[in-house]
Design a binder for this molecule. Structure first.
Ligand code: ZN
Length: 375
């Protein structure tokens, strides 16, 4: 994909295109902003355009260089990302990066190093990167990508040209969702509203069981006062089992992919690969749990909006207006705020690596003024 097909963030893309056009390229960039708004894609496009055989302000997408960047096979474009259970960009990778920056490009005029989730570096790794940033070798471009720039040393940030990415505007989200997933206007509006300007989040809602799980959860919430403790527990368990199935399927798919590569590996290498697969699956499941908690938070935020008679334009769960109205009538503002507090308690439980069931138990049964009492 070229910059011309990029969705949202016209300003950021404009700055990058201008740099490409004038060939005034900074030695380091920091692409920062929320998840799922196209930072990594922009980094790939920028790298592609810099090594493209048809020099210009965008990639041509058809030359051999462009195609090799797209398939991660270009010798002058290097990618680094967090790995393992701790999701860290390892020191060994950074040392490799530093060695590589000392070498001339293989075939292009530029050598690019993209660090995804750059904030997932320990301080010692960040300090090592900082040394490279202080004396950048010519023709080298570092692109740090992060949705949590506060996790980077200020000295690193100050040496990078910052490119700020913002949530994608609502109308653009709706249009893209309609075109890409073939949804009707009303459904596209709901997904855009739930995804809060993140195309990545919209993709998760639409590609997985996320939308049906949300409906189940919100239906449970909307008449929680009529549900028994047992019923709530059963629903939570069913949701957890579904996530377990999803994880199992993802793991199976990855194992198949590794087998298909047909590489001969030592037992140790295979174990290492499987650890990586497990870590990846875990982080996907964690993201799902975070999405579920975000949906809970949206629900109570909507209740406050309805309760305070604020503009319906602000409501996220547009398809649940009726349930929102009846729930808001049953609850006090204090009660709603207490439930929002319980969502935050459940969020802390994800931080402790608890399962979905445990996180939701914190929310339903223990947080704030518990929503359901054990019978
Ligand atoms: Zn090209």
């Amino acid at each position: 994909m070229s910059f011309d097909a990029f969705i949202g963030n016209k300003l950021a893309i404009g700055i990058l295109k201008k740099a490409l056009e004038t060939r005034r390229i900074a030695s380091a960039y920091l692409f920062h902003g929320p998840d799922g708004v196209g930072k990594s894609l922009a980094a790939r496009n920028f790298a592609k355009a810099l090594v493209c055989e048809n020099e210009g302000s965008d990639s041509c997408d058809v030359c051999s260089s462009c195609r090799r960047v797209d398939s991660d096979n270009h010798p002058d474009v290097h990618w680094y990302k967090p790995v393992g259970k701790m999701r860290l960009v390892k020191m060994a990778s950074i040392q490799e990066l530093i060695t590589q920056t000392g070498l001339k490009p293989f075939e292009s005029k530029w050598k690019l190093f993209v660090l995804l989730e750059a904030d997932r570096m320990r301080a010692e790794s960040q300090n090592a990167v900082l040394k490279t940033l202080e004396e950048p070798p010519g023709q080298t471009v570092l692109i740090l990508v992060s949705s949590n720039a506060a996790g980077l040393l200020p000295t690193i940030v100050s040496r990078c040209q910052e490119i700020c990415f913002l949530p994608i505007p609502r109308e653009e989200m709706e249009r893209t969702i309609e075109e890409k997933w073939g949804l009707g206007a009303e459904e596209a509006r709901l997904v855009a509203s739930l995804a809060s300007g993140s195309l990545g989040s919209a993709k998760r809602l639409l590609d997985r069981e996320n939308l049906s799980r949300r409906k189940l959860l919100l239906t449970l919430l909307s008449d929680i006062s009529h549900r028994s403790f047992r019923e709530v527990e059963d629903t939570l368990r069913a949701m957890d089992e579904e996530l377990g199935e999803m994880a199992k399927a993802l793991r199976g798919k990855e194992e198949k992919r590794l087998k298909a590569q047909g590489k001969t590996m030592t037992a140790e290498e295979r174990d290492e690969q499987m650890d990586e697969v497990n870590a990846n699956v875990e982080s996907i499941v964690r993201q799902e749990v975070e999405d579920i908690l975000n949906q809970l938070a949206f629900w109570y935020r909507d209740l406050l909006i309805v309760k305070e008679n604020a503009s319906a334009e602000l409501v996220t769960n547009l398809d649940m207006m009726e349930s929102l109205r009846s729930s808001a009538a049953e609850m006090t503002v204090h009660g709603i705020l207490s439930r929002l507090g319980a969502v935050e308690e459940a969020r802390r439980a994800i931080g402790l690596n608890l399962s979905l069931t445990s996180c939701l138990e914190v929310f339903f049964l223990r947080g704030g003024e518990a929503a359901v009492k054990p019978s």
